[in-house]
Design a protein around this ligand. Structure first.
Ligand SMILES: Cc1cc2nc3c(=O)[nH]c(=O)nc-3n(C[C@H](O)[C@H](O)[C@H](O)COP(=O)(O)O)c2cc1C
Length: 355
């Protein structure tokens, strides 16, 4: 059970913070599709203290997105405290501290998962941030730096003692990056060690995984990252599955209309150049149906929204005509998404560089 303000959310479904993915547009779509809680892309504490425009904009959110957390990251205590104060001025429901990012330019500098190398410093950041703001502070972290340094039980206790209100555990080590199996067996062990809520993250790629994650681990919440890219309906499907109802896949026309709405909102937010940044989403929206990869490749060539709409709608017309003729529209074999199936997906969150 997750409590945020006066809301109580049993089996809470979280949209993960994802750099260049979980922006305002995508968060709104995921909330509409059933995500209970959303978190911003990570915001660099040094960028915030320098009042970098990109960092400031990442904290913008729409009231309809609530409950929402603003995630901050950094190596040093003072900028993290200053950043937390700036984030708190936006009045999110909580602030999340990133202690899990694995990419070299973040973790290598002692931020993100780099904080796992100095648990005293991590605890000091958490307690100072907690003292500086009057909203709940949570932490998102990993099992440990590598398989020889899995100190999550100790770290979770220290994070709780430092005053954090909850923990999200990406059930991989820093050296695993985003690949390899996520070891959910740590969730019940962490839950036994602490009293605050624990959210499971890592390797949740479809509605069945969500059901299994809650059943096998007793997690208070489940956070979905790559499984939601180009498939925001995963939250709706997970809700159906948790209620014991059959899970329906949205028909191609619904997928395409959602993709086009996502594209329109994305371009409104980012301007026309956003068209190339949107390419990472096509694979998820079209997968599972005949000619999906041909369509995806052709969409990559377009630099304006008009031809993209035409191509996608023509494809759906073609699929519907096939259905009327009694022909199968499903790609064979229908792909089963895997946790480390990163084809077409962005895998590296890039640094929060001022542009
Ligand atoms: C493109 C991308 C960007 C990410 N950016 C962030 C981020 O800003 N903050 C963060 O805590 N994790 C970030 N992550 C990690 C995810 O939140 C999540 O922990 C990870 O992908 C494992 O979950 P999954 O197996 O469901 O994908 C990112 C992951 C991806 C794929």
């Amino acid at each position: 059970m997750i409590r945020i303000g006066d809301r109580e959310i049993p089996q809470a479904l979280y949209l993960a913070p994802m750099e260049e993915v979980s922006d305002r547009t995508f968060r709104v779509l995921c909330r509409e599709q059933g995500a209970d809680v959303v978190v911003t892309e990570f915001v660099n504490s040094d960028g915030l203290t320098r009042k970098c425009g990109k960092s400031l904009r990442k904290m913008d959110f729409h009231p309809g997105e609530r409950p929402i957390g603003i995630q901050i990251y950094g190596q040093h205590l003072e900028p993290m405290v200053a950043a937390a104060r700036m984030a708190a001025e936006r009045e999110p429901d909580f602030i999340d501290i990133n202690a899990g990012c694995w990419v070299k330019k973040v973790a290598g500098r002692g931020a993100g998962a780099g904080l796992l190398k100095d648990p005293d410093h991590l605890a000091a950041i958490v307690s100072s941030v907690v003292a500086a703001v009057d909203i709940p502070v949570t932490v998102k972290t990993r099992l440990g730096w590598d398989e020889n340094s899995i100190h999550i039980l100790d770290n979770a206790r220290r994070i709780e003692d430092a005053g954090a209100a909850g923990l999200t555990l990406h059930c991989r080590t820093r050296s695993q990056g985003h690949s390899g199996p996520a070891d959910w067996s740590w969730i019940p062990r962490v839950k036994e060690a602490v009293r605050f809520p624990v959210v499971l993250n890592g390797g949740v790629m479809n509605a069945e995984d969500v059901v299994r994650a809650f059943r096998e681990t007793g997690a208070d919440g489940v956070m979905i990252a790559r499984g939601a890219i180009g498939s925001p309906w995963i939250f709706r499907q997970a809700k159906e599955a948790l209620a014991g109802r059959p899970v329906a896949s949205p028909p191609p026309r619904e997928r395409v209309e959602l993709c086009l709405r996502h594209l329109r909102l994305f371009l409104e937010a980012k301007g026309p150049r956003g068209i190339t940044a949107f390419r990472k989403f096509y694979a998820g929206y079209v997968k599972g149906y005949v000619h999906a990869s041909k369509v995806r490749v052709s969409l990559m060539a377009f630099l304006e929204a008009g031809p993209i709409e035409e191509r996608l709608r023509a494809w759906v017309d073609e699929l519907e005509a096939m259905e009327r003729e009694g022909r199968s529209i499903e790609a064979h074999p229908a792909p089963t998404p895997q946790a480390d199936d990163t084809a077409g997906l962005p895998v590296d969150p890039c640094g929060d560089v001022c542009r």
